[in-house]
Design a protein around this ligand. Structure first.
Ligand SMILES: O=C(O)CCC(=O)C(=O)O
Length: 276
């Protein structure tokens, strides 16, 4: 898929969340790989998923926002981590998911990333060069927090990328809404890249062993949104490659037309105790 994108002229490619293994809390440890730091040459990494993407980025001379993989940190903790590779295969950015996906929608979906993962503690932006300029990175549940998007935009990000894997409950309700909301409130392009949907196989195939990890059905529907909030492209639930030109000057146009970032009122954005 990355080669196909490159052949179509892509300069920056975005992959989905946890693309190298099952999206299941119990599986993260088994599939985790050490992840190099920013500036390191990842083409010679001993971590197979890292090395594969770094080499691809270098070979095709493009930027790869490598979705995310489970990271085995130097502190022995596990993180949900997005590595960005520059056109030489060096690590241009490393984002550890800041907001862990711990939810309980009664009778529908319960998920607790914090059972096995630790949260990252920093905002992540990188310079993608060329017309893209500064790009901000969040992972999936991070998109629910406008503060993160607004801070990345305040740093100068004009494109926000969210590798994500929403599900069949929150996907139809919120995936597109949140991507469009972050685009409108940060006045930046937003890309949401999801794994394709695969239906759950039988829990125990006839004569076979029980499945090791619970199946997570991803919503799919990767999406690209303009700073005006228009959906420029979206996939269905199956495998897809969205290839499009981003007219980056739209960011300045929208920010000049509706200068919300200059009209903020931080003086009234603090909640004070009643009567205070
Ligand atoms: O926010 C949601 O509804 C889904 C989030 C998610 O699947 C994730 O963070 O991996």
């Amino acid at each position: 898929m990355v080669r196909k994108a490159a052949a179509g002229g892509a300069r920056l490619v975005v992959l989905p969340e946890v693309w190298n293994g099952p999206y299941a809390t119990a599986a993260f440890g088994e599939y985790a790989e050490p992840c190099p730091s920013v500036g390191e040459d990842a083409t010679c990494s001993a971590s197979p998923s890292v090395c594969a993407l770094a080499r691809l980025a270098a070979e095709l001379s493009l930027v790869i926002v490598g979705g995310s993989i489970a990271e085995l940190g130097g502190d022995d903790k596990l993180y949900n981590t997005c590595l960005v590779y520059d056109a030489k295969g060096l690590v241009a950015a490393k984002h550890r998911k800041v907001h862990l996906f711990d939810i309980d929608v009664p009778g529908k979906i319960t998920f607790r990333e914090s059972d096995t993962l630790s949260p990252g503690g920093a905002l992540t932006t990188f310079d993608a060069g060329g017309a893209f300029g500064l790009v901000g990175v969040g992972i999936c549940y991070d998109v629910r927090f406008p503060e993160l998007a607004l801070l990345m935009a305040a740093r100068g990000a004009r494109l926000l990328v969210y590798p994500g894997a929403f599900n069949m409950v929150t996907g139809p309700a919120h995936w597109e809404l949140l991507m469009r909301a972050r685009a409108v409130d940060s006045q930046a392009f937003v890309i949401g890249a999801s794994p394709a949907r695969t239906d759950a196989p039988p829990a125990a195939p006839p004569g076979g062993a029980a499945r090791k990890y619970p199946h997570y059905t991803a919503w799919g529907h990767s999406i690209v949104v303009s700073p005006w909030g228009e959906v420029l492209a979206h996939a269905a639930e199956g495998e897809a490659l969205l290839l499009l030109d981003l007219e980056m000057s739209r960011v300045e146009e929208v920010r000049a037309s509706l200068p919300t970032s200059k009209q903020k009122r931080p003086d009234i954005y603090t909640v004070k105790p009643a009567g205070g």
